[in-house]
Structure formats: structure tokens, C-alpha cells
Design a protein around this ligand. Structure first.
Ligand SMILES: *[C@@H]1O[C@H](CO)[C@@H](O)[C@H](O)[C@H]1NC(C)=O
Ligand SMILES: *[C@@H]1O[C@H](CO)[C@@H](O)[C@H](O)[C@H]1NC(C)=O
Length: 330
């Protein structure tokens, strides 16, 4: 009697595990390969005309040292917000780094000519040199995560940062992130790979957060709880769109990414923590900007599912951070 009972219980557990495995497998992601055209960029010539498509650096190839910082900006329909972000970032980059920066616009299949808008701004308004602002145009939409994953692997800089096109963070804080990563590098004699991420955790009780609608805050806290439960406890703000990477940490993380949707930030941190890469949280200033592309109800649901799936997929061995996720070009 007891034996039968134990056998049935064991059978049920095995069945539950199998169902869990199949569910996670069904919901797991496998990023698409880049199209051939996505390995090229367009920039402006001296006279403001468009360049022909020029090849990007090979993925994760070493920096030749001429560019210190590459700024990757994932864009989807950003013509109404990009100018503000550029005003904040490009002037500051010129001031602090002179010519030693580049901007990589990854246009995730925009329908409002964000790509040519960015190129015109670069030449007419900010007088950037040919090649200083590069546009990669996706043939098919991949999601914000997909744009960041692709962009960061094709930078020329020694450091890469990704920043939201909405200008919600103040670009001056970039220096804090850069200083932090350099500090960690120098602390370790063998030059450890390092990441510094913007954090809004110090702002939880300030106007910027309190003024948001109840439902937004409610969903945000719910998501934070889930992130906490699913294992990123040492980092308070995982979702801030302002993260800076040492080149070697890019090569250790981004070829192994799976998640291309909103929750890709969390997978970056999961891989970083699994690989023992130093992650420093740096408090930054930040303000809410209108025009978010998030559909609160639908996207929160998808984020919650992706979050659980990502963590479970690593536990079940469906996701691996030792096997390059995709290598072929379509
Ligand atoms: C993007 O812009 C195009 C053209 O302006 C518009 O038709 C489309 O609905 C926009 N998509 C989103 C998600 O805003
Ligand atoms: C980043 O880390 C690597 C080693 O992991 C180190 O050699 C390099 O100097 C660091 N800094 C830059 C700018 O890549």
C-alpha cells in the first residue's frame, strides 16, 4: 500500500517536471541570426550625403584604441524623442571625449524613418564626422534586447554603453559609470572584466516615482518581487536602461544571450553573475518621459513569463552560457 502510494507520488513528480520542462522549452527564446545587411552600417559623408553600406567590425573583435566609448541606442519610431536625447548626450560626449566616441543607432525596423532622421541630425545639427554616428537598420524587428545584443557586439570602442532613446537618464551620469568600471579594472591586477549599471533604487520615494499612476507602480513592484524571487537579489534596479560594459565583459555576455524582449536586462545580469563578472550599481538621476512604447498590461505579462522562463531555462539547462547562441548569418 505504502509502496504503491510512493510510486504514484514519484510518478506525479516526474510528470510535473516533464511538463515544466516542456513548458519552459516552448516559451524559451532563440534569437534570430542577423541578416547579411545588418552587418553593415550607413553614415554621412563630409557633404552630408549618405555613405554606401560599410562593413561593421567583426563581432567582438578587439578595439584598436582610437575610440574610448561606443554608445548603442536601440531605436524604434524615435523621431519625436531622439533630438532631446542627442542634445543631452552628444554635447556632453564631445566635451568629455572629443573625437574618441561613436554612436551606434540600431534601428529595430522603424517605420518613421528614424534612421535618416538620426543621420541628418548628426551632420546638420551636431556636425559629427563621417563614421562617428553609424546606423544599423534591421530588416525585421527583433525587440529592444535584440537591438542591444547586436549593437554592442559590433562596436569599435574599448567600452560600450547602451542608453534609451527617450533621454530618461541624464547623460552626465555616463562619467560615473565609466569611472566605476575603470576603478574595478584597476583594482584587479589582471584587469577583470567589469560592468557598471545605472540604478534608480535611491529614487523610490521621490516625486518621480510617487507621481506615477497607481497601476504603473503596482506592476513595477510586482515585477521587482518576481525578479527578487527568481534570483537577482544582490542588484536593486535591474531594469534601468543605462548600462556600461568593459569590452571583455561584452564578449563574455552578449554572444550567449537568448532574450530579445523587455526582460533582456535580467538575462545580462544572470549571465554576468554566473560568470563572476563584477557588476556595480551606480545611483543616477532619471526622470519619467512620455511616449513609452510599453503596453502596460500586455508587456508586464510577457515580462513576467520571460523572467520565469529565463531563470528556469538556466536551471534546466535549456539555456547555456557556454555555447554561442547563434553564429550563422542569414
Ligand atoms: C511607427 O510609425 C509608423 C509610421 O509613422 C506607424 O504607422 C506605426 O504605427 C508606428 N508604430 C508604433 C508601434 O508606434
Ligand atoms: C577590460 O578587460 C580586459 C580583460 O578582461 C582588459 O584587458 C582591458 O584592459 C579592460 N579594459 C578595456 C578598456 O577593455
Amino acid at each position: 500500500m505504502v509502496r504503491t502510494f510512493a510510486l504514484v507520488a514519484l510518478g506525479l513528480v516526474a510528470l510535473a517536471l516533464l511538463i515544466l520542462y516542456i513548458l519552459v522549452l516552448l516559451f524559451s527564446h532563440n534569437p534570430r541570426n542577423p541578416f547579411e545587411s545588418e552587418l553593415y552600417f550607413i553614415t554621412t559623408e563630409k557633404d552630408g550625403s549618405r555613405s554606401k553600406p560599410l562593413p561593421l567590425p567583426v563581432a567582438n573583435s578587439p578595439s584598436d584604441g582610437t575610440i574610448e566609448l561606443s554608445v548603442v541606442i536601440p531605436c524604434y519610431n524615435e523621431t519625436s524623442r531622439l533630438k532631446l536625447m542627442f542634445d543631452d548626450s552628444i554635447n556632453y560626449l564631445k566635451e568629455t571625449l572629443q573625437d574618441r566616441f561613436e554612436i551606434l543607432i540600431v534601428d529595430d525596423g522603424s517605420k518613421d524613418s528614424t534612421d535618416s532622421y538620426a543621420l541628418d541630425l548628426a551632420h546638420n545639427t551636431y556636425k559629427l564626422k563621417p563614421g562617428q554616428l553609424r546606423v544599423i537598420k534591421f530588416e525585421k524587428n527583433r525587440g529592444k534586447g535584440g537591438a542591444v545584443i547586436h549593437g554592442l557586439q559590433h562596436i569599435r570602442g574599448e567600452y560600450g554603453i547602451f542608453a534609451d532613446a527617450d533621454g530618461a537618464s541624464s547623460f552626465k551620469d555616463m562619467s560615473k559609470l565609466l569611472a566605476k568600471v575603470k576603478h574595478v579594472e584597476n583594482e584587479n591586477e589582471n584587469k577583470a572584466p567589469a560592468i557598471a549599471i545605472g540604478s534608480r533604487a535611491h529614487m523610490v520615494n521621490t516625486d518621480a516615482v510617487v507621481k506615477r499612476s497607481f497601476i504603473r507602480n503596482f506592476l513595477m513592484y510586482g515585477l521587482h518581487m518576481l525578479v527578487y524571487v527568481f534570483g537577482i537579489r544582490q542588484i536593486k534596479d535591474t531594469q534601468c536602461g543605462f548600462k556600461l560594459f568593459n569590452k571583455s565583459s561584452i564578449a563574455l555576455i552578449f554572444p550567449y544571450m537568448h532574450t530579445e524582449g523587455w526582460i533582456f536586462d535580467v538575462e545580462i545580469l544572470i549571465i554576468a553573475l554566473r560568470k563572476g563578472i563584477s557588476v556595480s550599481e551606480v545611483p543616477i538621476s532619471w526622470h519619467e518621459v512620455d511616449g513609452s512604447k510599453m503596453d502596460l498590461a500586455r508587456d508586464s505579462m510577457n515580462m513576467a513569463i520571460d523572467l520565469v522562463v529565463t531563470r528556469m531555462a538556466y536551471i534546466l539547462g535549456i539555456y547555456k552560457d557556454s555555447v554561442v547562441t547563434k553564429t550563422k548569418v542569414e
